[in-house]
Write a protein that binds this ligand. Structure first.
Ligand SMILES: CC(C)(COP(=O)(O)OP(=O)(O)OC[C@H]1O[C@@H](n2cnc3c(N)ncnc32)[C@H](O)[C@@H]1OP(=O)(O)O)[C@@H](O)C(=O)NCCC(=O)NCCS
Length: 141
């Protein structure tokens, strides 16, 4: 039994553990704190544990996926896709017709995940990350 719900302050310590295992340059605690109140900051909760999160924002009049991660022990079971689908529903609710995101060029697994969820590469952005270029991806929602 799982629920996808809005993130709460008490979730952040568990989110940070997932974050640290998921990204070479993880977001610090305060960046998650600063997203409290964002209706697009959601968590996947199963048996009282947080196993994934996603954060939606906006960029250039599009809904923009700021971040998404799933605990390594829970990957490839559809959790990421459910979180992404929920972000898409939220964005539609707010009237957006497109969703964009950036992913590290080296993160081929992330790119496969987005492709499997209907995103297509739009452009490459050199030097977007301190340690990598970005691939900007987009899909109609
Ligand atoms: C990317 C991520 C969020 C995917 O979460 P997930 O719960 O494992 O994804 P799903 O189970 O919903 O995967 C859906 C489909 O995406 C594709 N996919 C997901 N992970 C993949 C991988 N590592 N390699 C290749 N394809 C992958 C597959 O087609 C998969 O379907 P399948 O399992 O039936 O083959 C997770 O791997 C993660 O947290 N990675 C680290 C952080 C990250 O890279 N975030 C995204 C970039 S910002």
């Amino acid at each position: 039994m799982y629920i996808i719900r809005k993130a709460q302050e008490k979730d952040i310590s568990e989110i940070v553990v997932i974050e640290d295992m998921s990204f070479p340059v993880p977001w610090p605690h305060f960046l998650f704190m600063s997203n409290m109140g964002n209706p697009g900051f959601i968590v996947y909760q199963e048996k009282k544990r947080i196993t994934g999160y996603a954060i939606l924002g906006t960029f250039m009049n599009n809904a923009h996926l700021l971040s998404i991660a799933v605990h390594p022990a829970h990957r490839r079971h559809g959790v990421g896709s459910l979180l992404l689908q929920k972000c898409i529903s939220i964005a539609r609710y707010y009237g957006y017709e497109n969703m964009t995101l950036e992913v590290r060029e080296k993160n081929l697994e992330g790119q496969r995940f987005y492709q499997a969820n209907g995103f297509k590469e739009k452009e490459s952005i050199e030097g977007y990350y301190l340690d990598d270029n970005a691939v900007r991806m987009q899909r109609k929602i």
